[in-house]
Design a binder for this molecule. Sequence first.
Ligand code: ZN
Ligand code: FE
Length: 240
Amino acid sequence: MKIKIIKCLQDNFSYLIIDEKSQLACVIDPSEPDPIIDFLNHNTKITLKYILNTHHHYDHVGGNHKLKKKYNCKIIGFKGDKDRIPEIDILVDDNQIWKKDSFEAKIYHIPGHTTGHIAFHFYNEKKIFTGDTLFSLGCGRLFEGTYEQMFNSLKKIKQLPKDTEIYCGHEYTLQNSKFCIANDPENLKLKEKITIIKNNLRKNLPTVPTTLQDELECNIFLKAKDLKSFSKLRDLKDNF
Ligand code: ZN
Ligand code: FE
């Protein structure tokens, strides 16, 4: 299983999950259709079969309509968002295993950023797609959910194996790192990670995937011990 990172819009990441054997692919959160179509035009052996949406925001579903029309692919999303995810075909629920062809992912309902946000955990490959819930060195803003929901959603992700690779919805890592280091100035591991981040960005490379291990050590939101300190950090970040 190969992951192709496709940059979309200003700072969004869409991801193609490609089974190299069958040449079938899923796309996670196509923000816009054209960068995906462009990649597929240059890789004509690959067939796009599924669109997986983490949540209903336009910068995650913007490509749904055009890609479905062009490739006749199926759209998978949270059942609670069936009226908000454009052209959804397959409804999934919390803790369900979604399995098609050689793709196999567990669904986690992780509300907070939106009430219907989900993550797709490809546990055999140890990769999770966290949308706008967990970012590298940050977490999503609370647009619809409560502090408690977001805190509990992050807790679910924290329980996964530490070598799980995390693929998030935006390239916010450098900006996020400034907030982390301001609140955790003695963290050596974080300092090391910031050096790597800056090197990647200088070379125009993405800062994803990150790992759960790195995030547990460096992401101030995952280090928050209780709901109260998490909530305080979330407020501070909104005005940072
Ligand atoms: Zn969003
Ligand atoms: Fe987003």
